[in-house]
Ligand binder design. Sequence first.
Ligand SMILES: Cc1cc2nc3c(=O)[nH]c(=O)nc-3n(C[C@H](O)[C@H](O)[C@H](O)COP(=O)(O)OP(=O)(O)OC[C@H]3O[C@@H](n4cnc5c(N)ncnc54)[C@H](O)[C@@H]3O)c2cc1C
Length: 390
Amino acid sequence: MSEKINIAVIGGGIIGCCVALELVKDQTDIYVFEKNPGIATGENQSSRNSGVLHAGIYYEQELRPLKARLCVEGNRLWYEFAQKYQLPCIQTGKLIVANDQAESRNLDQYLRQAKINGVPDVRKIGADEIRQREPNVSAHSALLVPTSGIIDPTALLRQVYASASNHGAQFMPETEVVDLALSDGEVVTHIRYRDGQTERIRANTVINAAGIQAVDMARMLDPKIPIKSALIRGDSFKFYRNRRPQLFLRGMNVYPTPIVIDSPTGRHHTVGVHLTPTFDIVDGQMGIGDTVTVGPKLLPVTHFDDYSTPPPPPEAFLENMGFFPDLTPPDLQYHQGGIQARLDGYHDFYIKTDRHTPRVIHLLGIDSPGLTAAPAIAKYVARLLKSNCR
Ligand SMILES: Cc1cc2nc3c(=O)[nH]c(=O)nc-3n(C[C@H](O)[C@H](O)[C@H](O)COP(=O)(O)OP(=O)(O)OC[C@H]3O[C@@H](n4cnc5c(N)ncnc54)[C@H](O)[C@@H]3O)c2cc1C
């Protein structure tokens, strides 16, 4: 590998892969460094998520403007991409349910938000229409969000990786960026290969898309960056929707009214423990499978590798699940856990140029809806890069 390259992308998750795919359109000599052995092998956020294509109704323009804008744009872009490459993706629609009058009034705020954010066709429905759509869901009222859906995150990641690779991006698995520094106005990227050998590479531009480690990366260049990680793990259980008639779910995303929780690592906006259908081969074709995930339930963690703290028990997942009354703890089996790149006290995506050099862009706090927003985030980064070069 040459000691001077054009663009170094740190991290081969969905963000790094989408950024590479966007930048290969008019740049060459792009390298993506990924410390894990493979792209799409399940070691990062991009393969340990709920696979929901969010519509973009949760995010306030004042507090979370990038999430508001990029989620809506990403939602549309992924449906087009999935159609083009025939990826597992279904526009299931979503019910955000209210258990009572007070929650129903809260939903009105999200209905207004949907209009402001440009999310199409959201409307409020009553108990009868909820039951027509999902016979086992019992609620006072709900928002019906037609553009929400599900996508297979691993298939998606694999395709973006393949497309970027086919267009010339170089992927370097098992290559960890261990240091970043500025030298004579250039960014020096210190990398370590699988065999332990290290190398210093100079890059014109560095995109820091290191997910839950992106804040640590940013600190190497800017030790006083005014941002702190507040890592949080999301665990999910699953059940089989055809085991009992009362458990049957037709295939919509079903969410509670969103809540805000206070935790030792700050205040977190959360969409709440929800029901998400998954894919399977049905009659020879990709369709809604038998498994429904329940979660994620959030657990603050202090280390980016903390998968050993036990998840909350199944009972805890059912605490606010009154809208799906026949689900019981014995129906639930553990599914998976994934750690989200949240920030302490900062609720939007943090996508900014480094304070010391226009050659580095940091993508911090790319938590949910980061999967949905990824292609729009990549376009945003490409525009930011162009404006930095002017
Ligand atoms: C439980 C859970 C549920 C979620 N559900 C949804 C959902 O339903 N819908 C949605 O839109 N979003 C969801 N998200 C959020 C979404 O998954 C993330 O926003 C998105 O995957 C972030 O992608 P990323 O590429 O930034 O991070 P990652 O996928 O974590 O990728 C970062 C990569 O950087 C690599 N890396 C780190 N440090 C280095 C280094 N020094 N050198 C080289 N490589 C490095 C890591 O190995 C990793 O592969 C969820 C997240 C979680 C955890």
